[in-house]
Design a protein. Structure first.
Length: 202
């Protein structure tokens, strides 16, 4: 009996972290071959199940591979597909290429291809671009989160940049679930509190 109880109460083994797979396609919007990385659920190759997708944008540059382990563990625990869409760059043609990337992912992988099962997230500048794209394409994105993300940045063509502030475009997010995560050491705390107050009471 003691052996049975010990087996019953033993710690559940942690899921095996997912592994990154690299894909590329010829982007008609960017005019170049675009490479992206994907984390797939452990059962992806052996099942016929379709999965929700999270598009992830890191900051302006990947300083290390340290976040990869956390992303892989998250995918293993939540049974979804994660697309590492690359560095956040709100200027140029990259934001305009998001619908093309979504079409590529939905065509190449077994996704649940609707906005309710498609999310977008990022950290720092990646958090800004996540919310920016969710507001620009609410027909494609149903969930958006920003982790200590910038609240404003320059967007548009590099030859004609325009300052964009999330404070001013809250109506773009009707029907989009949004989340803003920040830490106690958040250097943008003032701007995040202001953004929360505007979005909550307007």
């Amino acid at each position: 009996m003691a052996l049975v109880m010990a087996w019953f109460f033993q710690a559940t083994p942690a899921p095996i972290p997912a592994e990154f797979h690299t894909y590329s396609y010829q982007s008609q919007v960017l005019g170049v071959a675009r490479t992206y990385r994907v984390l797939l659920p452990a059962a992806f190759e052996k099942s016929t199940q379709r999965y929700p997708v999270v598009y992830w944008f890191h900051g302006e540059g990947r300083e290390s591979d340290a976040p990869d382990g956390k992303l892989a563990a998250y995918v293993a625990a939540h049974n979804l597909i994660l697309v590492d869409a690359g560095a956040a760059n709100p200027q140029g043609q990259v934001p305009s290429a998001f619908p093309e990337l979504v079409g590529q992912i939905d065509g190449a992988l077994r996704t649940v291809a609707d906005r309710g099962h498609r999310g977008i997230s990022g950290v720092g500048a990646g958090g800004f671009i996540a919310w920016f794209l969710a507001g620009k394409y609410p027909d494609l994105v149903g969930n958006a989160s920003s982790i200590m993300g910038n609240t404003e940045a320059y967007v548009g063509p590099e030859s004609f940049p325009v300052e964009y502030s999330h404070d001013d475009f809250f109506r773009n997010y009707d029907g989009v679930r949004t989340r803003l995560s920040r830490s106690t050491a958040d250097s943008l705390a003032f701007y995040h509190r202001r953004l929360n107050s505007i979005w909550t009471y307007t």
